[in-house]
Design a binder for this molecule. Structure first.
Ligand SMILES: *Cc1c(COP(=O)(O)O)cnc(C)c1O
Length: 393
């Protein structure tokens, strides 16, 4: 063989040995080789199980999907290139054979609001916005709009209200609407939406599940009813996550319950400390006794776990004072994400809800003095000390 041929073929295409690697191998192959073309034909035509083409399925994606399916308690999952693509494909799968009408929570991640307004509405999908914490209003909106699907977040961004996913699932079921839950903030440690009757549970893998700020990805977990539609859509459109990101996500998820437990415990301590500070006007945290959804939280979340997100208002502060406070932080990082091992702050008026008018933000409870904190796994004393010195100015 000449060198040009050797460069292309040598070293590759070994059958796996008898030994099983302790972690899932990263398989970047775009396609697969079978002994004979008849088998390729069967696999390609879905008459036989096997991998044919990376847009359809591949071993590393399959392993991550199996893992998250087990965590979320569904029939199957689809790993996608971002959390936003996961939201998009859950909606598209839900609406494939249903009325092109969506009832959506007003309190949602900024890009999700934007996707509904700038992508789905221009395509002729009707969107009805509703206060998802007012069940009577949701029931009326569903009766009125007869939506193909309803979409909400378990824990809302950034005011950290909690949606009654059980009651919402019942309302959806009786109206024949598909229920999509963005479970990114709650994570499967706190809530498994499919077990409460939802049809799709969506995550930004980028956040708590991967947890190290080194993966951009999303994942959709669904029931046996919706899985074939979702996988067929994916097979055609290819929103799939790359093999390397699937591997990193799996590696992150191995420590997810440990990290999340620590982050939740730290958040309880941070929220309790913030409440005591004269410079803090208000603290939003599902674990505080005065939280508007405290009764629901006690029913829905396991004891002592309230998530790792805390948001708070600096007393009498405007944008300038909030920026000065954030700039004084030395340990807590100012970064445009959440859920990582390190504590991080963000200014929602500047980031996730930037495109809304001040009036729209006010209506959602997002004042110019609101700071969002994602609590990390550090020693909580160090996080509190950093907040303390930054508050003292
Ligand atoms: C980050 C986030 C998304 C979008 O995920 P990406 O991975 O950034 O695309 C969707 N929903 C929520 C609640 C998020 O926090």
């Amino acid at each position: 063989m000449r060198i040009e041929t050797t460069a292309v073929h040598a070293g590759d295409r070994r059958k796996p040995s008898a030994a099983i690697p302790v972690t899932t191998p990263i398989v970047p192959a775009a396609s697969y080789i079978y002994e004979d073309i008849e088998t390729v034909d069967k696999v390609f035509g879905d008459e036989m199980e096997g991998f044919a083409y990376a847009r359809y399925d591949s071993p590393t994606n399959h392993a991550l999907e199996e893992l998250v399916t087990a965590l979320e308690g569904g029939a199957g999952s689809l790993a996608t290139a971002s959390g936003m693509v996961a939201v998009q494909f859950a909606i598209q799968a839900a609406l494939t054979d249903r009325r092109k009408s969506i009832v959506a929570a007003t309190a949602m991640y900024g890009a999700t609001v934007k996707m509904l307004m700038n992508v789905f509405e221009p395509m002729g999908v009707e969107v009805t916005w509703v206060d998802i914490f007012d069940l009577a209003a949701v029931e009326a909106a569903i009766a009125d709009a007869r939506p193909g699907c309803v979409i909400a977040e378990t824990v809302s961004n950034p005011t950290l209200r909690v949606a009654d996913v059980e009651a919402l699932a019942r309302l959806c079921r009786s109206a024949g609407a598909v229920f999509i839950v963005d479970n990114t903030f709650a994570t499967p440690l706190l809530v498994r939406p499919l077990e409460t009757g939802a049809d799709f549970s969506v995550h930004s893998l980028t956040k708590f599940l991967s947890g190290h700020g080194d993966v951009m990805g999303g994942i959709i977990t669904t029931t046996a009813d919706h899985l074939p539609t979702l996988r067929a859509l994916s097979r055609t459109c290819g929103p799939t996550l790359g093999a390397f990101e699937c591997y990193l996500s799996m590696r992150g998820i191995k420590t997810f319950p440990l990290r999340m437990e620590r982050q939740c415990a730290n958040a309880v301590r941070v929220a309790a400390w913030l409440v005591q500070q004269p410079g803090i006007a208000k603290v939003n945290f599902p674990g505080l006794p005065g939280h508007p959804d405290a009764v629901l939280v006690a029913r829905l979340f396991p004891a002592g776990l309230f998530g790792a997100m805390v948001s708070f208002e600096l007393r009498g502060a405007g944008r300038e004072q909030v920026f000065a406070f954030m700039n004084r932080l030395r340990l807590v990082v100012k970064a445009t994400s959440l859920g990582d091992v390190h504590s991080m702050v963000l200014y929602p008026a500047m980031a996730s809800h930037r495109d809304l008018s001040p009036k729209q933000r006010q209506r959602l409870g997002i004042g110019d003095n609101l700071v969002r904190l994602s609590v990390g796994i550090e020693a909580v004393e160090d996080v509190i000390a950093d907040l303390e010195q930054a508050l003292a100015g």
